[in-house]
Design a protein around this ligand. Structure first.
Ligand SMILES: C[S@@+](CC[C@H](N)C(=O)[O-])C[C@H]1O[C@@H](n2cnc3c(N)ncnc32)[C@H](O)[C@@H]1O
Length: 323
């Protein structure tokens, strides 16, 4: 391949432009720590390129109704020009306490947070989260994809910590995050469907959401949301957190915004957002996605106000046709 350029398949939708080839208008929208970030109107619906530890103190207090926090896990990982190195547990705890201290004043008193981690990182951060917030739940995301290991079980799970500032006063819209499942054994009473619906597209039951999420895949190359970011979160996953724990018009803050997945999902669901990301390139990818969300508010796997199981694209299309 010397001197040759790899040609992407036409079906590969990955957003991976470099800054010199960013689509028109993208780079001009990037905010930095040099901008005025001191008022709500100055930062509303903005993506800020900078170090969160420097940027968060510049934001107004009591800004956000929900924080989605997806920090580097305690692993060796390259994030554009940042080489994050695995730390001793105490040092990772110190890193966690530092972002907690910077973030907490920026939350409203009834705000919620979701904090993402893998199982090893969770062991270190759980006591820090417990000291600073009310732990409401630990969600297990069965993400399917993972690298096989010869001497250990493949890691196919992630933890999502659901936290609040107030034990009783917080938003939780359980009816907006129901999961639509196909009914395998349709039970009838007096000839009537019991707890399920017969539709032209099939037989379904809308079930209450649990803390085990097995309906969400990691974004891959043929999905329009996919970018070159090494650890991008799926919009479907973020949609669950946003719909459950915020209301339309609320503001969502993401201090480790990566390729902007939470910001884009917030916009698609009618929420405001503020994102902070140290990489200018990832910030640009996120802004490009935000611009595209002006024309396309779809979230793969979320349709008709419910979350669909994996690999049910054909059923979802049939459901849409029969509406
Ligand atoms: C796990 S990734 C987040 C991915 C994001 N949720 C997404 O879906 O694209 C963590 C991100 O934090 C960024 N980061 C690490 N340290 C940071 C800091 N001090 N300030 C701002 N961003 C930082 C990394 O560049 C990386 O993009």
């Amino acid at each position: 391949m010397d001197g040759e350029k790899m040609v992407k398949s036409a079906r590969n939708k990955t957003i991976d432009f470099d800054l010199a080839h960013a689509p028109a208008g993208v780079v001009a929208k990037i905010k930095t720590a040099d901008d005025d970030l001191s008022t709500r109107s100055a930062v509303l619906d903005q993506s800020i390129n900078g170090d969160s530890f420097a940027v968060l103190p510049q934001l107004p207090d009591r800004l956000a109704d929900l924080a989605l926090v997806d920090p580097p896990y305690n692993l060796n990982k390259q994030y554009d020009e940042l080489n994050f190195k695995h730390l001793a547990d105490v040092d990772y705890q110190d890193f966690t306490q530092r972002w907690v201290d910077a973030l907490k004043p920026k939350l409203t008193p009834t705000a919620s947070l979701y904090v993402f981690s893998d199982w090893q990182t969770s062991i270190a951060i759980a006591p820090i989260l417990a000291q600073n917030f009310i732990i409401k739940n630990r969600i297990t995301w069965q993400r399917e994809k993972g690298r096989g290991a010869k001497t250990n079980w493949k890691n196919g799970l992630e933890d999502i910590w659901f936290l609040t500032l107030n034990a009783k006063k917080y938003t939780f819209n359980v009816d907006q995050v129901k999961q639509r499942r196909q009914v395998i054994a349709p039970y009838r009473e007096n000839g009537q469907a019991k707890d399920w619906q017969e539709t032209a597209a099939g037989r379904f039951r809308d079930t209450m959401p649990s803390n085990f999420w097995d309906d969400i895949s990691i974004p891959y190359w043929s999905m329009p949301e996919n970018t070159g970011h090494p650890t991008q979160k799926p919009e479907k996953l973020l949609a669950k957190t946003i719909l459950a724990s915020s209301n339309p018009g609320d503001l969502i803050l993401d201090p480790f915004a990566g390729a902007g997945s939470s910001l884009v999902t917030a916009k698609k669901l009618g929420r405001h957002y503020v994102g902070i990301e140290q990489s200018k390139l990832y910030t640009a990818w996120g802004i490009y996605r935000l611009m595209r969300a002006d024309h396309d508010q779809s979230i793969q796997g979320y349709q008709d106000g419910v979350f669909w199981e994996r690999n049910t694209g054909a059923l979802q299309r049939a459901n849409k046709r029969h509406k």
